[in-house]
Design a protein around this ligand. Structure first.
Ligand SMILES: C[S@@+](CC[C@H](N)C(=O)[O-])C[C@H]1O[C@@H](n2cnc3c(N)ncnc32)[C@H](O)[C@@H]1O
Length: 226
C-alpha cells in the first residue's frame, strides 16, 4: 500500500487530529527548542494535520511555513485548519522535495521520517534545501531502543525503517549534517493507570507502559547544515 492510500484513509477517519493530540505531548517540547527567528522559512515534513507549522508561525513569527505530506487528504485537512496566507500545505514526497537548494531555514518532522522509501535520499534532500546553519529537528517514537514500538509495523502497510540512536546520528553525518544533539523527550501527560488496573488491552504491565512513555518517549535528533 502506498503512503497516499494508507494516510488518506487516516485523514478521512479524522486520525490526523488524533495524532496531533497525542504527539503534542512531546512535540511541543522539541518545537520550543527550535532556533526559529522572525522572518524564517520553515518546513514540516509529513505534516499530518499541520499543527507544528501553525505553532511555529504563532510562537516565533516565522515568515513562511510549509507543510509537506504525501497524502492529499492530510494536506487538504491541514489547509482547512488555517486561514493564514503565510501557511501552506502541499502534496509531495520526502524523496524529491519541491524546494530550491538553500531555501529553507529550519525543518521539522514528527513521527514521519521513518516512512521514507529511501531515508538516506530524504536526508540528502533535507541537506540540499537547508540554508547553511539551518537545522533539521527529527522526532520519532518508532525506533530500535523503544522495544514497545516494534509491533507497529504489523498494523501499517507502508514499510517503516527502524533505526537506533546511533544509526540516526551516522545517517545525518553521512549526508553532511552535523549532529547538534540527540535525546529522549518523555511523555509526562499520557495518563498511566494504577497498578491494580493492569493488564490493559494494550499493556500487559504498568512497568512497560511507564517505560514506553515516561522513559523512552520521543527520540529527537537535531542536525545542522554546514
Ligand atoms: C504518523 S503521521 C504524523 C503526522 C504529524 N507529523 C504528526 O505529528 O501528527 C505521518 C505522516 O507522514 C506522511 N508521510 C509518510 N511518508 C511520506 C513520504 N514518503 N512523503 C511525504 N509524506 C509522507 C503521511 O502521509 C502522514 O501524514
Amino acid at each position: 500500500m502506498s503512503v497516499r492510500e494508507e494516510f488518506d484513509a487516516w485523514a478521512e477517519e479524522g486520525r490526523d487530529k488524533g495524532m496531533e493530540e497525542r504527539h503534542w505531548h512531546t512535540a511541543k517540547h522539541a518545537l520550543a527548542r527550535m532556533p526559529v527567528e522572525s522572518g524564517d522559512v520553515v518546513l514540516d515534513l509529513g505534516c499530518g494535520s499541520g499543527y507544528a507549522g501553525r505553532a511555529l508561525r504563532d510562537t516565533y513569527d516565522a515568515e513562511r511555513v510549509y507543510g509537506l505530506d504525501g497524502a492529499p487528504e492530510m494536506a487538504r485537512n491541514a489547509n482547512r485548519y488555517t486561514d493564514d496566507p503565510q501557511v501552506g500545505y502541499v502534496v509531495g514526497d520526502f524523496d524529491a522535495l519541491p524546494f530550491a537548494a538553500g531555501s529553507i531555514d529550519h525543518i521539522w518532522s514528527m513521527e514521519a521520517f521513518y516512512y521514507a522509501a529511501d531515508p538516506l535520499e530524504t536526508l540528502r534532500e533535507i541537506a540540499r534545501v537547508l540554508r547553511p546553519g539551518g537545522t533539521f529537528f527529527c522526532a520519532v517514537n518508532y525506533y530500535e531502543e523503544n522495544v514497545h514500538s516494534h509491533e507497529w509495523q504489523k498494523s501499517i502497510a507502508v514499510e517503516m525503517t527502524r533505526w537506533d540512536r546511533h544509526e540516526y546520528r551516522e545517517a545525518f553525518r553521512e549526508v553532511g549534517l552535523h549532529v547538534a544533539g540527540q535525546d529522549n523527550i518523555p511523555d509526562r501527560e499520557i495518563p498511566i493507570p494504577a497498578e491494580a488496573e493492569f493488564p490493559l488491552e494494550e499493556w500487559e504491565t504498568r512497568e512497560a507502559m511507564v517505560e514506553r512513555y515516561r522513559e523512552y518517549g520521543t527520540l529527537l535528533t537535531v542536525g545542522v547544515a554546514p
